[in-house]
Design a protein around this ligand. Structure first.
Ligand code: CA
Length: 233
């Protein structure tokens, strides 16, 4: 008998939770459903799922409160689901420790991809191999030892700040990092809320590492949220 990964889906709209359940069960996951925040919090501690998919628009408790209460005792992965008009909620959910997000409407393929990445991240021993040594993503290599980024084996000539941005994204490959998170990690709590410096650096990074900077392959822009470096295949 194989032990299946258990996923808790927290969603009050029945059509959406049925859709998610159908996709996940067909693909070998065990699915639990909670239709309110109250129910979610109790099921998370009693069933200890491997992953939580959390709708931010619940009737009783807001998503942020749920994330806070979960993060107080566990790092289990949380993927938040938001409507188009909940952009701000989505960003604060990520800031509070959600691992990823999906915006409604989303398809089955996107759902499965997000779930697989989140579960893989949880399994890969936290800090991961990529912290020292090298991380290879296609033609791109982040050389953590020598503080260099190479493209096709050639030094891309990144500045110190540009390197630090790529190195940080690489440590969380596959995961979206918010503008505020990147700013805080690299420039400290006094960094301020202007993302201008980040945007300028990102434009330069893309010029140096992407074949076509207007349609980047390695570092993707998550509009209104932040950036994500793709994972190695
Ligand atoms: Ca809802």
């Amino acid at each position: 008998m194989t032990i299946r990964d258990r996923i808790l889906v927290v969603e009050d709209e029945k059509s959406i939770s049925s859709f998610i359940r159908a996709i996940l069960s067909t693909n070998g996951y065990e699915v639990l459903l909670a239709s309110s925040g109250e129910m979610a919090i109790s099921m998370i501690s009693s069933h200890c799922p491997d992953l939580v998919i959390l709708d931010l628009g619940l009737p009783d408790i807001d998503g942020e409160t749920i994330i806070r209460s979960v993060r107080a005792w566990t790092q289990m992965p949380i993927i938040v689901v938001s409507a188009r008009d909940q952009e701000r909620d989505k960003v604060s959910a990520l800031e509070l420790g959600a691992d990823d997000y999906m915006t409604k409407p989303f398809g089955g393929a996107e759902l499965l991809a997000r779930v697989r990445v989140a579960i893989r991240h949880m399994r890969s021993t936290g800090t991961g191999k990529s912290h020292d040594g090298r991380l290879n993503i296609g033609e791109l290599t982040i050389d953590y030892e020598n503080h260099q980024v190479l493209v096709g084996g050639r030094n891309a000539g990144l500045t110190h700040n540009e390197y630090r941005i790529v190195a940080l994204l690489g440590k969380h490959a596959g995961k979206v990092l918010t503008h505020d998170y990147i700013m805080r990690e690299l420039w400290g709590p006094a960094a301020g809320s202007s993302n201008q410096i980040l945007r300028v650096n990102m434009a330069n990074i893309r010029r140096k590492i992407e074949k076509n900077p207007a349609s980047p392959r390695y570092i993707l822009t998550e509009i209104g949220v932040g950036y994500r470096i793709i994972e190695a295949e």
